[in-house]
Design a protein around this ligand. Structure first.
Ligand code: GUN
Ligand code: ZN
Length: 432
């Protein structure tokens, strides 16, 4: 594919802006991306890029904001069909809705159909990369990767490992967990834009023998992602204490099995102490902050200020189907509110940094996605300031970039995503 230009207001992050450090991001009121073969050649002011490529065709999104694609750091594709199912806390919700829904993913046709819908939903919400739970069935992961590959998406996923404390029909074993993970890793890790994640569901549903098997895989594959849940719910934390009486904390169980390391992603991380936070920060593991899920399931309030203060890496996650929206904008709004309740005011700039570059760094993918540096893959979104009458009216009085970002974050949803580009090509365009 030859060179082309995409014009519009443009923002991307180079590092954590904290409360607003301007060296941490690049912003061009009238900016452009120069693309070639699905990658970023240059990003800068429109006039400069037009002069550098006078012949290149241009897609004009003037009036809209171009941002790197959003990165959902924790989501379950088999739970698409149980989103918005009311329950009495995590463990009840798992038993009543989630496990029966996941059972259906033994059927590859069902899995493939669900994966198609799921990827459509990600794209219409501006999510271009996600870290994805499959079900316990290896077929569910083959189906998901097959769909993601055909659509040329950068996705990370894994087969769920669970051999106890769940229905018989969803149990694997320590040995099959090892064998299936290894087979899937060989088939998919590094194939085009796909990556594999070792995915023990959580400490409750893996025997010590199975965690040993995961530990062995983690040693054999030091560069792959690890993906699980951690310290989400008080009853869950109690149960883990009883199952692993030798452990200092819930986090300590994963650390004991060598699962605390760069590219390890733990959803929730609500009930941590300062030692846990320091251990996570030192390890390079990432917390996937899942505020709509935490509110919906009544799990608790993630302490974003303490996590960032301790130096932990944090990404943003919808956690569908515990989460109540596929929209990362809705999720950022909830993140802002939850952080506020815990005494921390999340700036809009930092919120979008967490939803883009920080997530890419936690997944070990910041060499290819997360911002618009030259050579990166051209996955980006176009935000519409007039997506709804209210947004349009309120935007008219927004003077600064930070103010506009805050309006998209607070009032936006899938309607604010004008377009989603994958490798430089529009894969979602909102019908006007
Ligand atoms: N803990 C273990 N499994 C799950 C799950 O499917 N969703 C959530 N939110 N927490 C979990
Ligand atoms: Zn989850």
């Amino acid at each position: 594919m030859s060179r082309h230009l995409v014009r519009g207001e443009l923002l991307h992050f180079l590092s954590d802006p904290g409360a607003g450090a301007s060296a941490a991001y690049e912003h061009h009121g009238d900016g452009a991306l120069l693309l070639e073969n699905g990658r970023i050649l240059r990003c800068g002011p429109w006039a400069e890029l037009r002069a550098a490529a006078p012949e290149a065709p241009c897609t004009d999104h003037s009036g809209c904001l171009i941002l790197p694609g959003l990165i959902d750091c924790h989501i379950h594709y088999p739970q698409t069909d149980v989103i918005a199912s009311p329950g009495h806390g995590l463990l009840d919700w798992l038993e009543r809705y989630t496990f029966p829904a996941e059972r259906r993913f033994a059927d590859p046709a069902h899995a493939a159909q669900a994966a198609e819908f799921f990827c459509d939903e990600l794209l219409r919400n501006g999510t271009t990369t996600a870290l994805v739970f499959g079900s316990v069935h290896a077929e569910s992961v083959d189906a998901f990767f097959g769909v993601a590959r055909r659509r040329r998406l950068r996705m990370v996923a894994g087969k769920v490992l669970m051999d106890r404390n769940c229905p018989d029909y969803l149990q694997d074993t320590a040995q099959s967990a090892y064998d299936d993970s290894k087979r899937l890793l060989a088939a998919w890790q590094g194939v085009e834009r796909l990556g594999y994640a070792l995915t023990p569901r959580f400490a409750i549903t893996s025997s010590e023998a199975q965690l040993e098997a995961v530990a062995a895989l983690a040693r054999e594959y030091p560069d792959v992602c690890v993906h699980s849940h951690l310290a989400e719910n008080a009853a869950e934390v109690d149960w883990v204490r009883r199952l692993f009486p030798w452990s200092r904390s819930y986090l300590d169980v994963y650390e004991h099995y060598g699962l605390l390391r760069p590219r390890a992603v733990y959803a929730h991380c609500i009930h941590l102490d300062q030692t846990d936070r320091a251990r996570m920060a030192a390890s390079g593991a990432m917390a996937a902050f899942s505020p709509t899920s935490n509110l919906f399931l009544g799990s608790g309030l993630f302490d974003l200020g303490s996590a960032l203060g301790a130096g932990m890496r944090v990404g943003i996650a919808t956690d569908v189907g515990g989460g109540s929206s596929f929209s990362m904008l809705r999720t950022l709004a909830a993140a802002y509110a939850v952080a506020h309740l815990k005494g921390y005011v999340l700036s809009a700039l930092r919120a979008f940094y967490l939803a883009t570059l920080s997530g890419a760094m936690g997944l070990g993918l910041d060499h290819v996605i997360g911002n618009f540096l030259p050579g990166k893959e051209a996955d980006f979104i176009v935000l519409d300031p007039a997506a709804t009458p209210l947004l349009a009216r309120r935007m008219a009085s927004a003077a600064s970039l930070e103010e506009k970002l805050f309006l998209w974050l607070t009032l936006g949803d899938d309607r604010a995503i004008r377009a989603t580009y994958i490798l430089g090509e529009a894969q979602w365009i909102r019908p006007s």
